[in-house]
Write a protein that binds this ligand. Structure first.
Ligand code: CTP
Length: 407
């Protein structure tokens, strides 16, 4: 059976960030999506139609009167599996919130029945204006997914909230909505969640460390999905691949197990849930050399290690906020004593957390990859298989299991 290619309608509104939509378009087409670009007239002041036509391999129109016999706005809206608007300007969101349909993009948005994802970009004052706040609230209440803008350098010399979220981040959320259209309900609104991610590095001397292969991608996905589901998110980050901080998330760097314990416990005092997705080193050198250890001519000294604190066990036995939900991760390979699930069940019993996400690792699985699978085990005996999908999809299933357990 031929696989159906997902149809994405990429709307581009008129802001300077319109040039970044070309990168998003590339990511979508290169990963096997059929994309039809619908810019506004103003967007074409920033990027020429030829760029969009060449990258999408399809014609570009802005008004409802070109090819009118095909009634393009209805056809486009009906055919789309997902509509992404990047950048979504204040004006575009105002028009959409109020049901206006004065160009092809807004008309297609009114006919679309698939998930709609808006990636806003504008100056901070425009984002914070009560009119925009109201429009965003109205759109979100209707189920439109509106990303938080990123903070940083805006057009010109000013900085603040309002930058277009990173195209890689928009792509991840777009892929999630195609995998699972209902992945982002606003069920974490008013909640504070703490997620640890990445690997710790335990220093041997100023240049060497004991570390692990964690990329941080699963923790990043958990943070991003939680923020999108309405939570205030603190992301306690160890060492990771080169990832940009998810928009709307507070990042606290913590490079060693000791630093991570302090950061997690500090952030967790008012948290409703703590997710330990970080790969924390179990051991650290007894001493860290102040100067670089030299090769020398003698036999090397054996490495002397001591235990690191078990942060997860500490959260269970001495919770910073009683009643908060604690989620652990277990990366298992299976061995002569039993399979991955067997080891996961034993770890859940040992750690006593509310939920344990069990991933199979080794042979290129889980660490550093974009997709993940596993099992979700609950202290109350529930077991759910998490089928292979994006790390964001796995994250959405984990939050589904957390929300009914919230204090
Ligand atoms: N963890 C932690 N503190 C540590 C080690 C691990 O909080 N010092 C957390 C991890 O973030 C993860 C869970 O505990 O959520 C399980 O990690 P894992 O390394 O699989 O557990 P260990 O207890 O070290 O088990 P193993 O003997 O399999 O290494």
């Amino acid at each position: 059976m031929a696989e159906t290619v997902p149809e994405v309608l990429l709307g581009v509104a008129g802001g300077i960030a319109a040039y970044k939509s070309a990168e998003l378009l590339r990511r979508l087409t290169e990963s096997g999506h059929a994309v039809r670009v619908v810019p506004t007239e103003a967007a074409l002041e920033f990027v020429g139609a030829a760029t969009f036509e060449a990258l999408s391999g399809r014609p570009v129109a802005t008004g409802v009167f070109s090819d009118a016999h095909e009634v393009p706005h209805v056809a486009l809206g009906r055919r789309a599996d997902l509509v992404v608007v990047a950048p979504a300007t204040a004006d575009l969101m105002a028009r959409l919130a109020h049901g206006r349909s004065d160009d092809l993009l807004t008309a297609a948005l009114l006919t679309a029945r698939c998930p709609v994802l808006l990636a806003p970009a504008m100056h901070t004052e425009m984002w914070e204006h009560p009119a925009t706040r109201d429009n965003v609230a109205l759109l979100r209440a209707r189920g439109t997914v509106v990303l938080e803008p990123a903070s940083g350098r805006l057009t010109g010399a000013d900085t603040g909230k309002g930058r277009l979220p990173d195209p890689a981040e928009i792509f991840d959320v777009a892929r999630l909505l195609l995998e699972r259209p209902d992945a982002l309900p606003l069920d974490l609104a008013g909640r504070h969640v703490v997620v640890s991610a990445g690997g710790t590095r335990e220093n041997l001397d100023p240049v060497r460390y004991l570390g692990n292969r964690s990329s941080g991608r699963q923790g990043w996905a958990l943070a991003r999905v939680a923020a999108q589901r309405g939570a205030r998110v603190t992301l306690v980050a160890g060492h990771t691949a080169d990832l940009t901080v998810p928009a709307g998330v507070d990042l606290v760097p913590a490079g060693t197990a000791a630093a991570m314990e302090a950061a997690v416990r500090g952030a967790a005092t008012d948290a409703d849930v703590v997710v330990m997705a970080a790969a924390v080193a179990d051991f650290r050198p007894v001493a860290t050399a102040a100067d670089k250890i030299k090769r020398g001519s003698a036999e090397p000294e054996p490495l002397r290690l001591e235990q690191n604190p078990d942060i997860l066990a500490g959260l269970v036995h001495d919770p910073p906020r009683p009643g908060q939900v604690v989620v652990g991760f277990a990366a298992e390979t299976g061995d002569s004593e039993g399979g991955v699930l067997h080891h996961g069940r034993a770890k859940l019993a040992r750690k006593g957390c509310d939920l344990l996400v069990v991933n199979a690792v080794g042979d290129g699985k889980a660490f550093g990859t974009l997709d993940n699978a596993g099992w979700l085990l609950a202290r109350d005996g529930g077991e759910e298989e998490l089928p292979m999908g994006s790390k964001a999809l796995l994250a959405s299933r984990i939050w589904d299991a957390v929300t009914p357990r919230l204090p």
